[in-house]
Ligand binder design. Sequence first.
Ligand code: PLP
Length: 393
Amino acid sequence: SLAGYGPAGPVNIHERVLRAMSVPGQNHRDPWFASWWKEILEESKLIYGTQRGTPFIFSGTGTGGWESALTNTLSPGDKVLTFRYGQFSHLWVDMMQRLGLEVEVYDRPWGEGADEAKVEEVLRNDTSHKIKAVCIVHNETTTGVTSDVGGVRAAIDAAKHPALLMVDGVSSIGALEFKFDDWRVDVAVTGSQKALSLPTGLALLCVSDKALDARKTAKLPRIYYSWDDQLNTNPSGNVPYTPSLMLLHGLKESLALLREEGFDNVVARHHRLAEGTRKAVEGWGLKLLCKHPRWQSDSLTVIEVPAGIDSNLIVKNAYSKYNLSIGIGLSKVNGKVFRIGHLGNMDELMMCSALSGAEMAMLDAGMKITPGSGVGRAIEYWQKTSKVIPTRE
Ligand code: PLP
């Protein structure tokens, strides 16, 4: 098995979650299920920062979550405003286009995030309110960039525009601060294999009343990912089709772990792990793909390698020599960057092993790195900033 530290999802699964998923076959039509399912749906609100939103949990992945968000709220030919700054924002645009939406997409340099001023300008000019939704990838997992969703909400408000705000939080929700209610997000999407640290296989959404209303007139076809089918069953603790019970057992335990740690502590831990990783990168004398501190992600760090070095070789060395899985550069940054994930079930010592492995793998790839230079900077920072583990006070 892999040491497993480092990729940006799938991530390490906690032992308690693994044990919780180890159940015999169960029947979701038996009497225990209804209250259990309602409890999980309610508890999932924790990761979105919501009291008012309506949560949904589908079998699927983040991509299914996108489809659910778009098809339940929009009609063919509707106009959508979005930005493209990495592979995932690119793929979401591709889905919008394939669904027959009219996409107004602004390309941003890879390493930057959503441009709030552009949102305000475009929406102000859209006086007839043709734009029905603003879609933002919160944390672009290709580049290690976190966009400012609160800032995008402020831009929509400044333009006094009624567009829905839809957010891909696949690699942010459950790890980074997310304020569904305060930012008045209309649809938030995530997947089980990222911050929730479960196996792949669940698409999770949170939906505002405004987005729920939009479904009444939205004409895009939706079947499996329909909110109506879920709304017809969820309130009574029923399901429209067979749920993935083992994953739901895992989800319940994963949410319990987050609850025990305290969600503010979870967010603070991700910030601490990210800061230490950024210090390591400085120690190595390397640069982040994301140059501007306002956008630097606390869920993963994307590191540029010097010209003449193939970053795929570093990832390959890490895997084959040190049993460490780190992320390759995707699409147009393939070979130029590698990615260290620090989201989900992660702590300082796990990160020390990821940074040590990355350091050795870079040396193997012929890079001029002083052994210990990155790990040293990280542990110096973590030794000073680590707190007593909340459950061990
Ligand atoms: N959005 C982001 C930001 C992602 O990182 C990913 C996957 O890594 C996706 C969407 C797609 O999710 P999935 O692969 O679970 O369908």
